[in-house]
Design a protein. Sequence first.
Length: 151
Amino acid sequence: MKRIVFLVMGIVITLAFLMMSYSQNANIFELLYFSQGFNDQLYNLSCYPMVAVIIVSLAWGGALVYYYGINSVKFDRWYHWLGVLAVVTCVAPVLCYMLISVLLKDNGLDYGGEAAQFVMQLFAMTAVLYVVASYSVRWWSSNCRHTPFPQ
């Protein structure tokens, strides 16, 4: 029963994150970083949902790869899990920065400094979603289910 509760809670949290990226009034990205012209352009170019999908797919994908792809007895320590967290947490903001930069430059806009500040907020979001995904899917792993913390 506990396994299903964690999975459902992880899915609910992830869907809430995705829904808040589409929201006009309570956008999760604008709550953490707001610069008038920059955020207006991101909203008008529909960047927020794309950034949210990148973060969610990398966080959940990283957790699934760790718990079911790697799933090795030799790779079931907390520092291995932390290594995957570090990779996912670094790759997602870089991809989001590249996406935002390309979209803004295609529209003749230059918000380099704002984009870098915005992306810094994504590190924390990605890490939190990776932890949520880990606790959602770890229970069915044969070798790594005790990582990062024992049951």
